[in-house]
Design a protein around this ligand. Structure first.
Ligand code: FES
Length: 579
């Protein structure tokens, strides 16, 4: 097995030895308190101390197996001669936290970084999966800088109801529209409710969770093959134990996140996002992750990689299958092997081998699920960066999941000033809206949301649903769930709450979307735009104190990754003094 070129470290060079080693009063305290927990010197002396950052909670259904998995990670740590210590971290349950988990991604990133820094740890296993947990843990671990490996939660089993295979999110929206259109009954809807989430694990469409787990494996921060294993599979438990063994070796090899997260590996991760037809959220998270490692990445690079990376994986919401099918078809390793000519194969992985070695021999077992470069599902990726006077700093669209009829479209705007305004009026029979209208939602960005909620797939007006309309152009500074679909222009930057042009759109203005030309245009003159800007009044801030105020002051815009300014970059943070 190839390994990191850095010299191995010795037991007395372990970081934890500063806590446990010295013959002084402070270390006496550390040792005696370890004994209080039932450990003896044989447990820690000369051994890497491995923190297991566990995002389990009773209110995160996607991580319900993490209590058991943490024990399986510990088994691996013990097997390899390490000393495991499980430490809880913010669970970020995607569909319970309000207004949105994105408001708290950076809180987890801060928490992870400081947990790692302040404790006597030599390396960490990052247990995550539900959408924001993956970027949050990675961002924190990269900034903390200790050896780290990511253990993906894995996706739940396929959903099932009445002969239908159900996909997380996607089929909720689909059947909700059918209910509103009067095509299914309340009893049908309840059947969908009971069948759409059948086991622990993350959403099993290629939503944000599956996208970010796959991206993290392609980035090299997870074991090869780990991200595709379904959460309830016994292989998942064995993978958890393998993570425990491997992190101990990584400590001895002194293999740090910055040895793995490089320009080459970030590019591999972005290409993986595109080839899987992954979530638009990945664009924000990958920018933030790359910036933590000092790797330059911007939306232009994302767009360039999208134009040169084919869409290969036939998974919902853009395709047909689910994560369980992806696993049986060979999983991410098979997809990466199929696109090997596009990848930087010399990038290092947490397994201690290069990406090229990690994917060697992987085969596609079902070509209907995973396509090849010579016969891709689509020759280009499904994510595009848009520019224009409505989004000077960019906006994104997942055109692979949009009706191709609407890729080039001009229509009159119907503007909603915020989410509540939209909720109040969208189903009003008197709303002046047609299938050609462009629905515009303001005040849904990083500050305006706050936290940039996943409101970007605006619901279609009920009266149009009843006419059979199933897609319209929608524009907002919000994000959209990775399980969503439709012609939704997202992440408009700068956002409306800071006076971006989105704030200046009025009902009746015409807007032109042109995906092939990557343009989004508000069809008013520059003079008119300048006049409206001069008259614009900033909205009242959401927060006068607390974390929300900190967020509002520090958060960057979508095209910058929505990290906090104070957390970005690679400036060194001193190790804690031990007194
Ligand atoms: Fe946890 Fe979708 S709700 S991954």
């Amino acid at each position: 097995m190839a390994s990191n070129s850095k010299p191995r470290i010795t037991p007395d060079q372990l970081r934890s030895a500063r806590w446990f080693g010295p013959a002084d009063l402070r270390s006496f305290g550390h040792r005696s308190r370890a004994m209080q927990m039932g450990y003896a010197e044989e447990d820690w002396k000369g051994k890497p101390v491995i923190g297991i950052l566990n995002t389990w909670s009773d209110i995160n259904p996607c991580h319900q197996h993490f209590r058991v998995r943490a024990e399986e990670v510990k088994r691996g740590v013990w097997q390899a001669g390490g000393f495991p210590l499980e430490i809880p971290a913010l669970a970020l349950p995607e569909n319970y936290m309000k207004p949105t988990t994105m408001l708290y991604r950076n809180m987890l990133a801060m928490e992870a970084e400081e947990i790692i820094r302040c404790h006597p740890l030599d390396g960490v296993v990052l247990m995550g999966g539900c959408d924001k947990t993956t970027p949050g843990l990675l961002m924190g671990a990269i900034s903390a800088g200790l050896p780290a490996i990511y253990m993906p939660a894995g996706a739940m089993l396929r959903g099932y109801w009445n002969g239908h295979t159900l996909g997380s999110g996607s089929d909720s929206w689909k059947f909700w529209d059918e209910l509103r259109a009067g095509n299914i009954t309340e009893a049908d809807w309840q059947g969908v409710e009971g069948g759409i989430a059948r086991s622990w694990g993350t959403c099993m469409t290629m939503g944000t969770a599956s996208t970010m787990m796959s991206a993290t494996e392609a980035l090299g921060m997870a074991l090869p093959g780990s991200s595709s294993i379904p959460a309830p599979d016994s292989a998942h438990a064995r993978m958890a134990t393998a993570c425990g063994r491997r992190i101990v070796a990584m400590v001895w090899e002194d293999m740090r996140p910055t040895d793995i997260v490089t320009e080459a590996s970030v590019e591999n991760a972005v290409r993986a996002v595109i080839a899987t037809g992954g979530s638009t959220n990945a664009m924000i998270h990958m920018l933030a992750i790359a910036r933590r490692a000092g790797v330059p990445l911007d939306l232009e690079r994302f767009d360039a990689l999208s134009r040169t990376t084919p869409y290969l994986v036939n998974l919902r919401p853009a395709g047909k299958y689910l994560m369980e099918d992806f696993y049986y078809a060979g999983g991410l390793r098979a997809m990466l092997a199929a696109m090997a000519p596009l990848l930087r194969l010399d990038a290092m992985t947490a397994a201690g081998v290069t990406l090229g070695e990690a994917i060697k021999g992987a085969k596609i077992l079902n070509p209907d699920v995973i396509a090849t470069l010579d016969k891709p599902l689509k020759p280009e990726g499904g994510l595009a960066l848009l520019r224009g006077n409505l989004c000077p700093d960019g906006a994104v669209i997942k055109h692979a999941a949009a009706d191709p009829r609407l890729h080039v479209h001009t229509g009159p705007a119907v503007v909603f000033s915020d989410y509540n305004d939209m909720a109040r009026r969208i189903d009003d029979p008197g709303l002046d809206v047609t299938a050609d209208s462009v629905l515009v939602l303001q005040s849904a960005g990083p500050i305006g949301g706050p936290g940039m909620p996943e409101w970007g797939m605006l619901p279609l007006p009920k009266k149009l649903l009843r006419q059979g309309v199933r897609d319209m152009v929608r524009i907002s500074d919000a994000r959209m769930s990775g399980t969503s679909y439709g012609t939704c222009v997202l992440h408009v930057s700068p956002e409306s709450a800071v006076g971006g042009p989105l704030a200046l759109v009025k009902t009746g203005d015409t807007i032109t979307l042109d995906v092939p030309s990557r343009r989004l245009t508000l069809n008013i003159s520059d003079a008119e735009m300048a006049g409206r800007r001069a008259a614009w009044v900033a909205p009242k801030p959401h927060y006068a104190r607390g974390f929300g105020l900190l967020h509002s002051r520090e958060v960057t815009q979508a095209h910058e990754g929505c990290d906090y300014r104070v957390l970005e970059g690679t400036a060194p943070t001193p190790e804690p003094e031990i007194h």
